[in-house]
Every structure is written in C-alpha cells, then in structure tokens.
Design a protein around this ligand. Structure first.
Ligand code: MSP
Length: 510
C-alpha cells in the first residue's frame, strides 16, 4: 500500500515564499517519518500554472505565460532540492500528462450528468482565483486575504453540480478524521450547512488554461484543473499516464496538507468532484495556520516578506526546519521572530543536544581509550525508562501529525539526560578508581540516549541526525530498521569514537 501525501500545487506568480516552504517542510517530515515506519510513500508536490493570475503576471513581466511558467517552475524545483525536500513527484499543470488526465476526468464527471452550461455573475478575486461574497456590492470592496479590489465577472460558463452532493459532503465531513484540526472542520461544517451552490468550472475570456474538449472557446477553471494535479502526478512519469494508472497506483491520497485559506476547495469541491467521477475522496485534509513575521502579516506591500533563500543561505535548512516544526503547532498560526529563532536554535540544538553529545563523547574518549565504555549491566535504570516513555510519546504524536509535540519529546528527553549527567557528576566520580564501573554506566547511558535522540530526530532533521550518529561511530541508518534501532542497548561497547566536532554552530543575533 502506498502512502500518498501532497503539498498544495503552488502558484507560479512568484518564487517560493516562507509560507510555501513551511507547508513543504511539514510534508517532508511526515513523508520521511512514514518511510521510516516502513510505508511506501508517494510524496507529491508541484506547481499550479494556469489561470488569470499567472497570465497577468507573465504579461506584466513582458514574457509569454509559457516562458514565465518554465522559469518559475524551475526555481520551485531547484529550491525544494536545496531545502532537501524528499519529494517523489513534481507535477506541472501545463504538462501533457496532466492535460490528458483532466480531459479523462471531465468525461467522467460529464457522464454523471454533473456538467451544464449556465450564467456566472459575481465578484472575483484574481489573487484567490475565486468568486467572493461582496457584502457592500461595491467595486472598492477588497478581498480580505489579498487586500485587492474584486472584479465583476459576467460570463456563460460550464457549471459543476455541487449542490447534488450536499448530503454526501455533509456525511463525509462528519468524520472527525477527515478534516483537522477541529476548528477548521467546524468552519467547513458551518459553511456546508448553509447549502452548497454549483460552481463554474470553465472560463470563456481566458486563454491560459486547458481547453475544454467539447467547448473549445472555454478553458477549464484553474482550480478544477489544479486539484487534478494530485491525481495526474501519480502517473506522471509513466509514458502512458492516465486516470486509470493513477487510480491503480494508489489513489486516494492519504493526506493533503494545505493552508487554511484553501480549505473549502479541498474539503468540499474536491471530494464532490472525485465522487462524481466515481473516485474516492482523499482520506484526510490537514489545514495549517498562517505564518506572520514579528507579529505582522507578511506581504509585498508591507515590505516585510521574509525571503526563504536568504534564510537558507544564512542559517541552513535544518535550523529553519527545527524552528518551524518544533515551535509552531500544526493548525495554529505561527510567528517568525528573529531573536526567538536564534534563541531556539542555540538552546535546543547547540546547547542541549549538541553539547550533550560533545561533552559525553569527549569524556568517553578521554577515560576509555577513545572508545565507548564496556559495562556489566545495561538494564534497569532511570534513563531507560525515560527513553522508552519519550519514544512512545513521540510515535503517538507523530502518528497524529503533532510534529511540534513529537519534537518537544526529543528535546525534553535531551534536557532530562543533561540533568542526569549533571546530577551524577562523572567528572568527580572518576577521580576515585572504585567508581569506575559507575562512571562507565553513566557514560554509556548518556551516549546511548544521544543515539536514541539522533535516531528519533531523523524525519525532522535528517542531516543533523546523521551528524549525531556519526559522532557515535554509526553509519547513516537506512529506512528499514528504524523502529528496531530505537531499542535500548544497541550502542556497541568498546566501539571507537571519532574525534568530537561541534555538530552545529551557534547563531548570532543580527
Ligand atoms: N495554487 C493554489 C493551490 C492549488 S492546490 C491544488 C494556491 N497556491 S498558493 O501558492 O497561493 O498557496 C500555496 C499554499 O501556501 C497554501 O496552502 C497557502 O495557505 C500557503 N500560504 C500562503 N501564505 C502563507 C503564509 N503566510 N503562511 C503559511 N502558509 C501560507 O493556493
């Protein structure tokens, strides 16, 4: 069985911002965790390239939409590789494979009698690519998300019969597992209870899109097209890519991770479209919160957009990963604060975990011939109990996608091991030869605890994990035996330890 996880397909109106990096990092850590748990993962990301927003951006930049999309899509792909994102599929909605799947899907929805021609009148936000309520019915009313004026549209479009799926969707969203977190689910339940309206799935005055086969003056509405990218991605490297291959390869998706602003599309429109085509809805939609910077919404007009490339160059991907995954609870809004960022990296990674490893391997090398100690008794001590408890909690939290809590389990374990070391004071005990066995046990326990920490942290900080384990004389561990590697006592006795080097440098305030 495949585990299919997706990021949203990002608009190519601009290069990745911190919000897109945030979503992608969350998916990456879940994909890595699932692989470590033995699942065959298909991790899908990609770009959403059609629509009015992209067409206008290209025109403003003086290039053709195709040229513009090629350039920005490449930047996205390159960026994800720089961020060490372990995606398996990168889908472009302008690809031929995708277009084929959109056509096949359209035929299925049509044969369910869910497509008809109608009049679309309303206020449109090009930023959201969505019709919006305009309570004042005034041209100066602005989209609450993009703070831009809405545009009046009046067209003859193809419609999708969403209203037919009122009860089906009501039933689906009753399942507490389907939309998380709870607050997001409640928003959707509330919206659906007001009655679902059919929505238009084509445009007549827009060239930059996939042509509707039986209405060639129409292009598909960008959201109808883009959501299908999740399906076409699955068979996208297959030369004969098709809806059927995607279904056979494991559709439905197990998890769509998205921001709260695009929840309706994923939790209502998308499942209804799929059910209409005779396909299964996704299993879970997880809506994360928004990132702000120093307490303020990030926006180009505010001039406070945090460029992820600068963060990456300055601090490296793993520091940013730790901050975003450990400090922000998935589902809540999060704030990026420079001082806090520096404090967290220095305290958690450099002082608590890095130092623990560094000073203990140094002591072990100094007292035990550059090796791990040999001991007579490995079992029954407070650190084993603590380790097993932390591992259990960590696994439970990760299974619920509470990555912040899982990360804090690792950190708290490391804090407690530091306390143990300080309480036991092996550096004082070693002065008396009679204490040698006790010192050996203490050092072994701490080294073994750091091995567990290095193993647990792997899906969150893959490179940091390798560095920790290397300092303990371990090679990179594969995906297969990760869970077994969490058993206490696997660190070999009398193993050569490499010369300690700091695994992370401390950061300075700006
Ligand atoms: N193209 C659509 C998605 C189609 S999926 C089939 C889209 N793209 S987007 O590029 O505008 O947004 C992508 C994701 O970034 C969304 O999940 C959105 O919530 C997220 N974010 C945009 N700004 C954000 C923050 N400031 N903070 C966190 N995430 C935010 O929507």
């Amino acid at each position: 069985m495949n585990f299919i996880i997706t990021t949203p397909l990002y608009y190519v109106n601009d290069k990745p911002h911190l919000g897109s990096v945030y979503t992608t990092i969350i998916c990456d850590s879940i994909a890595r965790y699932k692989r470590l748990r033995g699942e065959k993962v298909i991790f899908i990301t990609g770009v959403d390239e059609h629509g009015l927003k992209i067409q206008r951006t290209a025109i403003n930049n003086g290039v053709s939409p195709k040229e513009h999309c090629d350039e920005i899509s490449d930047i996205f792909k390159k960026n994800w590789l720089e961020w060490n994102i372990s995606f398996n599929k990168f889908i472009r909605t302008t690809s031929q494979e995708h277009e084929k799947v959109v056509h096949e899907f359209y035929e299925k929805v049509k044969s369910s009698n869910d497509i008809y021609m109608g009049e679309q009148k309303g206020w449109y936000c090009v930023g959201c690519e969505e019709f919006k309520d305009n309570p004042d019915n005034s041209p100066s009313y602005k989209c609450p998300i993009h703070k831009k004026n809405l545009e009046w549209k009046n067209e003859t479009n193809l419609f999708f019969r969403l209203s037919k799926y009122q009860e089906t969707i009501e039933e689906l969203i009753q399942d507490p597992e389907f939309i998380e977190p709870k607050e997001r689910r409640n928003e959707i339940i509330n919206f659906v209870s007001k009655g679902l309206k059919d929505f238009s799935i084509s445009r007549t005055n827009l060239d930059w899109g996939i042509r509707v086969p039986d209405h060639l003056n129409h292009t598909f509405y960008v959201w109808f097209d883009a959501l299908l990218g999740y399906v076409s991605a699955i068979s996208s490297v297959d030369k004969s890519s098709s809806l059927d291959i995607s279904i056979k390869s494991g559709w439905p998706a197990n998890l769509h991770i998205i921001g709260k602003d695009i929840l309706r599309f994923h939790a209502i429109y998308w499942p209804a479209m799929l059910i209409s085509a005779g396909m299964k809805p996704p299993q879970k939609i997880l809506g994360h919160g928004f990132l702000t910077r120093e307490g303020q919404k990030m926006g180009k007009s505010l001039g406070n957009v945090l460029d992820p490339e600068i963060l990456l160059k300055k601090y490296g991907e793993e520091s940013v990963r730790w901050y975003l995954l450990k400090d922000i609870s998935l589902g809540s809004d999060g704030d990026f604060q420079n001082r806090r960022f520096v404090d967290i990296i220095n305290n958690d990674l450099a002082n608590t975990i890095g130092n623990l490893l560094n000073r203990t391997t140094s002591m072990s090398r100094k007292w035990f011939n550059n090796q791990t100690p040999s001991i007579s008794e490995k079992n029954n001590n407070e650190i084993i109990t603590l380790s097993n408890k932390s591992i259990n909690n960590y696994l439970t939290y990760f299974d619920m996608y509470k990555i912040d809590k899982a990360s804090n389990e690792i950190l708290n374990f490391a804090i407690n091991v530091n306390l143990y070391l300080n309480k036991k004071e092996p550096w004082s005990l070693i002065k008396d030869d009679n204490n040698i066995n006790e010192v050996k046990l203490i050092i072994y326990n701490v080294l073994e605890a750091t091995r567990i920490i290095g193993t647990l942290i792997k899906p969150i900080l893959p490179e940091f994990s390798i560095k920790i384990l290397f300092q303990l004389g371990e090679n990179d561990i594969g995906n297969t035996d990760w869970l077994e590697r969490l058993q206490w006592g696997l660190l070999p006795e009398s193993r050569d330890l490499p010369k300690p080097i700091p695994i992370i440098s401390k950061l300075d305030y700006e």
